[in-house]
Design a protein around this ligand. Structure first.
Ligand code: TNX
Length: 510
């Protein structure tokens, strides 16, 4: 994008995604030149993060020192995760109130690095940046297809580079249970071997999970584990047949040609809604207590997600009774429950429960009523409007990967063009904890698949979650966004990100 300079001409504005809260660039001022051996100082993880990014992008090896020309300093004051960055010919100075702010500044700086002549520079800029929303999430479904720890680590790195701070892991579904629990060892022993299409399954050991949590923390991300209940529980029945109902189809499911899955056999299809825990049986609540009790002990973050979506074969009364008990149990463990928006129909739901809205940008079928219930309880919502931020929707009609049920295909422009405070009447800025972009994996098998579906649309979700609202800063337009995202192509390529080369974006080549 271009902007008027002081002399009335136009100069390129540095391309940062998500757009910072305030950015001024003096195109006439000399930039900061990068050269091998230049020192980067500061005590947090930001110097190391910057050094690695600059090496990947330019091949220039910066070094860590005490009094660097590039300096990261903690300085009290300012919002959590915020930072200030000033670059001129002599130095790059970053201050932030916390290590997360310094880390985000390092990623902003890596995006600012530009080739100039034979060398590389950081343009003269002043940035004051802070997030709009506290919760900025990506979700990875490791149940429909399983992804190993290295793949999850890679996705964490990618998400953190866009200033996402939450990794929601969808750890169980009809097709498999993906986390070993000592209290219920049969779950992984009997229900993790396969995946959609009969593909190979897998599961995380407790050590694997700890490694994911630790890697996320090193990138300033919090893990939100989800165990989906009371539906999406066919796999539970492979290990504990006494806890689940017989698979059941609603009339609508039967009319759409859905087949009845066989109880006790692995499910490898992609239909939903046929499974349910036994709601009236106390053994079910012993199970829920074991699962969430162990999960709470393994999870340093404040949230446990209990699913609650698409429990189509559970009666509304049973569903409400289950949600009430499960959310209270999680709250008693000292954690904040999160549930998909359907759980808003349960009157007795624990008041602190956060609702995750996965309806459309224009709500249909009462999804907005369900979401409003969380706010009426005094809690908040997380917005994941499916026709905008579901990263598993096809990019276009020719996409070999992805689904299309949410008004898909979903273009990058559609992923960008929505405003959180305008989705649900009665849900305003302060009722919204944040934004999350889920990646369901019915059709996704590899890290390359993940990259192709997530990039560049995850960048649109990141900008909606982090940047000021449309109208508040000049960069918050689709025209500006597509230019800025296009400028990131070479950086993403240097980091091994196989983004979808959407024709909507003017991709830079060098
Ligand atoms: C709906 S959204 C689901 C998932 C599917 C996804 C596919 C939600 C809470 N449930 O079970 O994987 O659609 O796009």
């Amino acid at each position: 994008m271009v902007c008027a300079d002081q002399n009335g001409g136009t100069v390129p504005l540095p391309a940062v995604v998500p757009a910072p809260a305030a950015l001024t660039a003096d195109a006439a001022a000399a930039p900061f030149a990068l050269r091998p051996g230049l020192e980067v100082s500061g005590s947090s993880d930001a110097p190391r993060a910057l050094i690695e990014l600059v090496t990947a992008r330019t091949g220039i090896a910066l070094t860590q020192g005490d009094e660097g020309a590039i300096d990261f300093r903690i300085e009290a004051g300012g919002a959590p995760e915020s930072y200030r960055l000033t670059a001129d010919a002599d130095s790059v100075a970053v201050t932030a109130p916390d290590p997360a702010g310094l880390f985000y500044a390092a990623h902003t700086l890596a995006q600012l690095v530009t080739a100039q002549g034979d060398g590389w520079i950081v343009p003269a800029v002043r940035i004051e940046d802070a997030p709009r929303f506290a919760y900025r999430g990506v979700m990875l479904d490791v149940a429909r297809h399983f992804f190993d720890v290295d793949t999850v680590r890679a996705y964490i790195d990618r998400a953190a580079s866009l200033k996402f701070n939450i990794l929601h892991l969808h750890l169980s579904d009809d097709q498999g249970w993906r986390l070993h629990l000592d209290s219920r060892p049969q779950l992984c022993a009997r229900a993790s071997a396969t995946a959609v299409g009969g593909d190979e399954g897998g599961f995380f050991t407790k050590a694997d999970y700890a490694a994911i949590v630790a890697h996320a923390a090193s990138r300033h991300m919090t893990v939100v584990p989800e165990i989906d209940m009371p539906g999406h529980t066919h796999a539970v029945g492979l290990a504990h047949p006494e806890l689940v109902e017989q698979p059941a189809l609603t009339d609508e499911m039967r009319a759409s040609g859905q087949q009845l899955p066989a109880n006790g056999e692995p499910y490898v299809g992609i239909a939903v809604g046929f499974s349910s825990l036994r709601i009236g049986d106390e053994a079910t609540y012993d199970f829920v207590a074991d699962v969430f009790g162990e999960l709470a002990a393994m999870t340093p973050g404040p949230y446990l997600h209990l699913g609650g979506d698409e429990s189509l074969s559970t009666s509304p009364e049973d569903y409400a009774a289950f949600i009430e008990r499960a959310t209270c149990l999680i709250a008693d463990l000292g954690k904040t429950p999160i549930a998909w928006h359907e759980a808003g129909s349960a009157r007795g739901i624990h008041d602190a429960t956060l609702g995750q809205y996965w309806g459309f940008v224009t709500p249909v079928d009462g999804a907005d009523d369900r979401a409003r219930a969380f706010v009426s309880n005094g809690s908040q919502v997380i917005l994941s409007p499916a026709d905008a931020v579901y990263l598993d929707m096809k990019h276009d009609d020719g996409s070999p990967l992805g689904l299309a049920w949410a008004n898909g295909p979903t273009s990058v422009q559609r992923a960008y063009a929505w405003e959180p405070a305008d989705i649900i009447e009665g849900i305003a800025e302060e009722d919204i904890l944040g934004v999350e972009a889920p990646l369901w994996t019915e059709t996704i098998r590899t890290l390359d698949d993940i990259d192709t579906m997530a990039f560049p649309r995850a960048a649109a979700a990141a900008e909606i979650a982090w940047s000021p609202a449309v109208g508040a800063i000049p960069q918050r337009t689709w025209e500006s966004f597509r230019e800025r995202v296009g400028a990131l192509g070479p950086l993403w390529s240097s980091l091994g990100i196989r983004y979808f080369p959407s024709p909507e974006i003017p991709w830079a080549t060098a």
